[in-house]
Design a binder for this molecule. Structure first.
Ligand code: AMP
Length: 287
């Protein structure tokens, strides 16, 4: 694995590889890597991509600066995991390298409706930062394919829109399934900060998502939402949202809707740790 800190060195290497006919697969991350991140690298490798992983804790996407200060950093362990996964390149830039003109002079993209709901509403400025960093990284890496996790469903939709706005018509974006712990908890770098008792109850977010899916014939999402909120509260969570939406454009739904692909999404905080998760609802009418 070749490690780069400077944009110019990375670009030169990538351009040489493209000259040899290689396709480039890109996995942007903020580090503190786990099996979920590695599944994206593996997916890129399986598709015969020369794979670049970036580790960059992007300051502009943290609306809560104390969250940024506490974001786990473990570059040595990350490098070991990437080596084992057969990652070809690691890009480890500094903030100055990514934002040479300072954080206030970065291109801003408008995501419209997507930035007004759920994560956009709860974390003002978050998707502005995501757009800035992903836009910048795509300009640098110029990948053939971009690999992102369904775990951050709304982020995937924002990035899809970004690709549209940037008119990167040839870029393939792959949304990869969420990797989970045995109790269903979606793997996340933030899970490292859970205390043991918090970790023991954290699987209930996934239980709620599964129950939202299994009750889709009840035609009473309001009741199911209330049951989820009660369960989360009983386990010590402060719920930010339990939502149902059209999986294609995230239009929020008051109730289950037949003939509409749906996604259920939850954000909840336990102690200081904010967790998010989602599932795509399988169409139960066909099962
Ligand atoms: P992050 O380091 O949290 O910014 O995540 C980097 C990429 O890994 C994003 O595309 C995430 O959606 C993806 N990712 C994070 N957690 C998981 C997971 N449990 N399963 C699959 N992909 C994930």
């Amino acid at each position: 694995m070749v490690v780069f800190k400077k944009i110019e060195d990375l670009k030169q290497y990538i351009s040489g590889q493209k000259g040899k006919g290689r396709n480039i697969g890109f996995v942007p991350t903020m580090g503190a890597l786990h099996a979920g991140h590695i599944s994206l690298v593996q997916k890129a490798k399986n598709e015969d991509m020369l794979t670049v992983c970036s580790i960059f804790v992007n300051p502009t996407q943290f609306n809560d600066k104390s969250d940024l200060a506490k974001y786990p950093i473990s570059v040595d362990a990350d490098m070991e995991l990437l080596l084992k996964a057969g990652c070809d390149m690691l890009f480890l830039p500094s903030v100055e390298e990514i934002y040479p003109g300072g954080e206030d002079n970065i291109k801003v993209y408008d995501f419209g409706y997507l930035d007004t709901i759920l994560e956009g509403a709860k974390r003002p400025g978050h998707f502005k930062g995501v757009g800035q960093v992903v836009g910048r990284l795509l300009e640098i890496v110029e990948p053939t394919a971009l690999y992102m996790g369904q775990k951050d469903y709304q982020q995937c939709m924002v990035v899809r829109k970004l690709i549209d706005i940037m008119a990167l018509n040839g870029l393939k974006m792959e949304i990869c399934p969420t990797t989970r712990e045995a109790d269903g908890l979606a793997m996340s770098s933030r899970n490292r900060r859970l205390t043991e008792p918090q970790r023991l109850v954290a699987g209930c977010i996934y239980q709620c998502l599964v129950s939202i899916e299994s009750k889709q014939n009840s035609d009473n999402f309001e009741l199911v939402r209330k049951e989820c909120e009660d369960l989360l509260a009983a386990k010590g969570f402060a719920t930010e949202y339990v939502a149902l939406a059209d999986a294609r454009d995230l239009t929020l739904l008051d109730n289950y809707k037949s003939d509409t692909p749906m996604v259920a999404l939850i954000a909840a905080k336990i102690g200081e740790i904010r967790l998010i998760d989602n599932i795509l609802l399988e169409d139960s009418r066909n099962s």
